[in-house]
Design a protein around this ligand. Sequence first.
Ligand SMILES: Cc1ncc(COP(=O)(O)O)c(C=O)c1O
Length: 463
Amino acid sequence: MSTTEVAVDSSNATLQELARRHLWMHFTRMGGYDEQHEIPIIVRGEGAYVYDEHGKRYLDGLSALFCVNIGHGRADIAQAGADQAKQLGFFTNWSYAHPRAIELAARVAGLAPGDLNRVFFTSGGSEAVETALKLSRQYHRLRGKPGKIKIIAREIAYHGTSLGALTATQIPALKEPFEPLTPGGVTVPNTNMYRTPEGTTGVDLANTVADAIEREGPDTVAAVIMEPVQNAGGCFPPPGAYFQRVREICDEYDVIMISDEVICAWGRLGEYFGCQRFGYQPDIITTAKGLTSAYAPMGAVIISDRLFEPYQSGATSFVHGFTFGGHPVSAAVAMANLDAFENEHILDRVRDNEAAFAEMMDSLRDLPIVGDVRGVGFFRAVELVKDKQTKETFDDAESETLLRGFLSGELFRRGLVCRADDRGDPVIQLAPPLICGPEQFAEMESVLRPVLAEAGERMHVRA
Ligand SMILES: Cc1ncc(COP(=O)(O)O)c(C=O)c1O
């Protein structure tokens, strides 16, 4: 097909054809799309809703990918990017600064808790995590502890797709195609309280971090990376004093505590940062997504004064960076996004509405297939089971039939964007834009309830 033909014929069929022929979608079985199976093409968004190429409306129950926090279609945010592009479309943060990156760094540092005062910008979450892991290793090396290289993460947790993140997370399906990885990944149990033996406390689970450090050797462990609420596996909140104990352990063993807030920052849990919700002080926060409400790609690593100290003077530098880190257009968009957060009291809206969201999700517990309902703020999940009494889960083949064979497609067909996932046990996750309220929660329920009920029947779930 020639370029001219493409320009003239931009019909929907052509977009489908072009997508099938040329676009490589991420984490996608490309073989699943043929003439009979349309690629979903989303063409515009407005508030909590998006519209496909046929004009059909969907409630975006996942903020696209946990990131369009203030909702779609904001002309003011777009304008901020356009104005900046006119003034200075791009300049780099490699040895240079520009006003928007400086202003945003200061603003983010002002919002971050404690002495998290230094901001290193990236283009997204994986780059932020990679930056934090490399910084952790170099920090120890600069202080005469070059052996401290290992990274502790929690089972099933996802921290991005870089080889460094895959080393940390050790998820077989994600790492095996790309091995060998760099050495140094160690995993500890996550906080899935639905499947943790009764009586286990947050402190017990945190102590598995100390056990791992002892087992691996304290002189070999650089950092612990954890999300405030773990996404993969389905929104695991931290029980009791979990994070307070992890903090103590990190101090005791000279291990850096990284709070990976690529999802949990920027209002998702009703605070600017997830660690503020749970009252712990990390050494590093990694973030991205909601920083710009995804109107432009951007990530950030927020670093404590203590960790920056070896770089403060002399010739030492962090030999690491990305061309687009701190991009002025993204920084301007982030500033406008944070203005909207302040002017429209977005955090208050989450706090005011999270109980209604939780109540709607909890109301699904009467369905035979719903084993557990959990989460915090605007970040919630239901876990699907074969038998509620025994908590028996679905095997791989059943999970495939349930999620990819039915739920994902059916929920979308009925107008709800959400996530059906089985990186752990099968779950449905919802993380709507932070502007949602009771009307959208009722709409979610009106789709979830009949679809989950039908799923239970199809899978012969025991009531
Ligand atoms: C906790 C966490 N860390 C890192 C990442 C990677 O971010 P990105 O996809 O922007 O590279 C994600 C992405 O969802 C995430 O949820």
